[in-house]
Design a protein around this ligand. Structure first.
Ligand SMILES: [Zn+2]
Length: 189
C-alpha cells in the first residue's frame, strides 16, 4: 500500500494506515519495516528509524487508540478510557529533539521518541475544541482528517485518494445510465 499523508496530523495519518475499517480493513503496516517506511515518508519525522517488534506493537496500539479517540470526537461522544490511557502514557515518554535551520525543522530520535511525539500531537489535536475532525465522505475509506479549509467545506481525506475516485465513479454511473437508456430506447423502436 502507498501511504497517504493527507489527514493534517501525524496521529491521524498513522490511524489512516488502516483504511476500509468497517467493511474489509486494509492494513498498510504489516511489518516493522512498513512502519520504518511510514515514518520516513511522514513530513517532520526523522528520515530513518529502526523498528523492533516491541516498538512496532506499541505503534500499532497507539494507532488504534488514536483512531478510536478521533472517532469519539467525530461522533461527539466521550473518549474511551482505555484509548485515553494508551495515548496519555505514550505522550509522557521522552520527546525527540528538534533543530531549526534554513532548511526547516529537523527532528531526531528513536522510534519510541517518535511515537511519543505522535501521541502528543494527538493530545493537542483532540483537546482543541475548534479542530474540525471529519470522516472521509467516501464511506468505504473511513479515514479521519483535520479540515482546515475555509468554511470547512472539505469532503474527502484527499482528492487523489478518494475525491477523484468518487467523481470518476459518478461519471461512469451517469454514462452507463445514459447508454442503458439509449439501448432501451433503441430496442423499443
Ligand atoms: Zn478518503
Amino acid at each position: 500500500m502507498d501511504f497517504a499523508y493527507v489527514s493534517g496530523d501525524p496521529a491521524l495519518d498513522l490511524a489512516g494506515t488502516v483504511v476500509s475499517r468497517r467493511d474489509m480493513p486494509l492494513d498498510g503496516l504489516a511489518t516493522p519495516s512498513d512502519l520504518e517506511r511510514w515514518v520516513a515518508g511522514c513530513d517532520g519525522l526523522p528520515a530513518r528509524v529502526t523498528a523492533d517488534p516491541a516498538t512496532f506493537e506499541s505503534a500499532l496500539s497507539l494507532r488504534e487508540a488514536a483512531y478510536r479517540l478521533a472517532l469519539d470526537r467525530v461522533l461527539g461522544r466521550p473518549f474511551g478510557p482505555g484509548s485515553l490511557k494508551i495515548v496519555n502514557d505514550m505522550a509522557a515518554g521522552p520527546a525527540p529533539s528538534v533543530r531549526l535551520s534554513d532548511a526547516g525543522l529537523r527532528m531526531s530520535g528513536d522510534l519510541a521518541a517518535v511515537l511519543s511525539h505522535i501521541a502528543r500531537s494527538a493530545v493537542v489535536l483532540l483537546a482543541d475544541p475548534d479542530a474540525r475532525l471529519k470522516e472521509c465522505g467516501r464511506a468505504v475509506c473511513t479515514r479521519i482528517y483535520l479540515d482546515r479549509s475555509r468554511g470547512a467545506r472539505r469532503t474527502w481525506c484527499g482528492m487523489d485518494e478518494c475525491g477523484n475516485r468518487v467523481k470518476a465513479a459518478a461519471y461512469r454511473a451517469r454514462r452507463r445510465a445514459s447508454s442503458a437508456g439509449r439501448a432501451a430506447h433503441g430496442s423499443g423502436a
